[in-house]
Design a protein around this ligand. Structure first.
Ligand SMILES: O=C(O)C1=C[C@@H](OP(=O)(O)O)[C@@H](O)[C@H](O)C1
Ligand SMILES: C=C(OP(=O)(O)O)C(=O)O
Length: 419
């Protein structure tokens, strides 16, 4: 348990954050798919990204960490069979991206995780993988992991993919696509949620020399006979984790600059600053970072389908704003580390805030918060978001604060530097 001390130390602060989780997963995967040696700096070393690293080692990539860079000797896409199941805890990105990549393995690969991972759907990806020739099934009749993938049959060709639950399914097929004998053509069925994460995938593939074309994010084509090029790469800081520091400024009225996170990034979550601006904050964009200065906060109605991971952050800011904020089009948040619509609403109500989780939206009426013991549901984003409420409200106690290790092991040190 960790009790948050209200207040911030100075009026203007700057924070520097570790690497982007989404970019780190992809940089490691692309380097493991390349033939030869890549050197990657700025990578996030957190529970989830290290699970991806270890899985890639099990597939045959050699990955060494000299403290500054990870040096990856890739496999050229020829993965070895894994006798042991690959354990991926509750890292959805690892599970979904590596399931597609496992099609490149020789023989059977089983990918498994925590109890919660066993409740996070993956069948839509497996349906598409089977269309591309790869035998792939859920081990239990749950539509969720563990999954079993039989490598060595990945033909590629035309597949249809339902992307209403997760964009990670599409990223997965695209990353594996260049090594399918027929390449891959993916037609997106249903709304593509979380599209910016697909843009991150395309960015990394382009940087590693892979061409992907698409018709306005509806049909994606990856030609065969392309290969990932090894090289020297750098990972930018994490835009989702920047949200807690911008939110800290928003609710306290102070200024916080997050270094080297800017609107030029393809990380969609940086778009949170536009929402904060609409709510009454002042946002300053500079080449070396983005500053939020808090102001009189008022409610907004906003579609957050493209920015799922910063919804808990926005919810905590909305609890401090005048009026009712409506966060729309976020049904997919129910499939994350916890049911982020239900759990955010429960924890805000415990603090005396009127919060209602609907089927695909969240409504929060700002008011006076009271301190409470915050359940974090083994969800890093619950812990980090609600810590922000503790800056304005005495008695906020975060249970299991160590769960931040999933994406940001040094979170509490950086958070404490605000005080
Ligand atoms: O591909 C990625 O790196 C991610 C995609 C998003 O998931 P969904 O596409 O399932 O919404 C996001 O929530 C997750 O934290 C990271
Ligand atoms: C949903 C998240 O991650 P993942 O899907 O990788 O578990 C997250 O970091 O908020």
């Amino acid at each position: 348990m960790r009790e948050i001390t209200p207040g911030m130390g100075r009026d203007n602060m700057a924070v520097t954050l570790p690497g982007s989780k989404s970019y780190s997963h992809r940089l490691l995967i692309a380097a493991a798919l390349a033939e030869g040696e890549s050197r990657i700096t700025g990578l996030l070393r957190s529970e989830d990204t290290l699970l991806t690293r270890d899985a890639l080692r099990a597939f045959g990539a050699v990955i060494e960490d000299d403290g500054e860079a990870m040096v990856v000797t890739g496999t050229g896409g020829r993965f070895q069979a894994c006798a042991e199941p690959i354990y991926l805890a509750n890292s959805g990105t690892s599970m979904r991206l590596l399931t597609g990549i496992a099609a490149l393995g020789q023989g059977e690969t089983v990918l498994t995780g925590t109890k919660r991972m066993g409740e996070r759907p993956i069948e839509d990806l497996l349906v598409a993988m089977r269309q591309a020739g790869t035998p792939a099934q859920c081990v239990n009749p749950t539509q969720c992991p563990p999954v079993k993938v039989t490598g060595g049959h990945f033909e590629g060709g035309k597949v249809t993919l339902d992307c209403r639950i997760s964009s990670q399914f599409l990223s997965s097929l695209l990353l594996a696509g260049p090594y399918a004998p027929k390449g891959i053509e993916v037609t997106v069925a249903g709304e593509l949620v979380s599209r910016p994460y697909v843009e991150i995938t395309l960015d990394i593939m382009a940087r590693f020399g892979i061409e992907v074309t698409h018709d306005d994010f509806q049909v994606f084509r990856v030609a065969p006979n392309q290969s990932y090029k090894p090289g020297t790469y750098h990972c930018e800081p994490d835009g989702s984790n920047a949200s807690y520091f911008w939110a800290a400024a928003a609710v306290t009225g102070k200024s916080v600059k997050v270094m080297n996170v800017t609107k030029k990034s393809r990380q969609g979550d940086v778009g949170l600053v536009d929402v904060l601006e609409k709510m009454g904050c002042t946002v300053t964009h500079e080449d070396d970072g983005t500053t939020v200065t808090g102001g009189e906060l008022s409610a907004v109605t906003v579609d957050m389908a493209l920015m799922p991971d910063v919804v808990p952050t926005l919810a905590v800011v909305a609890a401090h704003a005048k009026g009712t904020t409506v966060i729309e089009n976020v049904a997919h948040l129910r499939e994350k580390e916890c049911d982020r619509l239900g759990c955010v609403a429960v924890e805000l109500r415990k603090m005396g805030i009127d919060a209602v989780a609907k089927e695909s939206s969240l409504e929060i009426t700002g008011g006076t918060l009271t301190g409470s013991e915050v359940e974090t549901y083994d969800d890093h984003r619950m812990a980090m978001s609600f810590s922000v409420a503790g800056l304005t409200t005495p008695g906020v106690r975060i249970l299991d604060p160590g769960c931040v290790k999933k994406s940001f092991p040094s979170y509490w040190d950086v958070f404490d530097s605000l005080q």
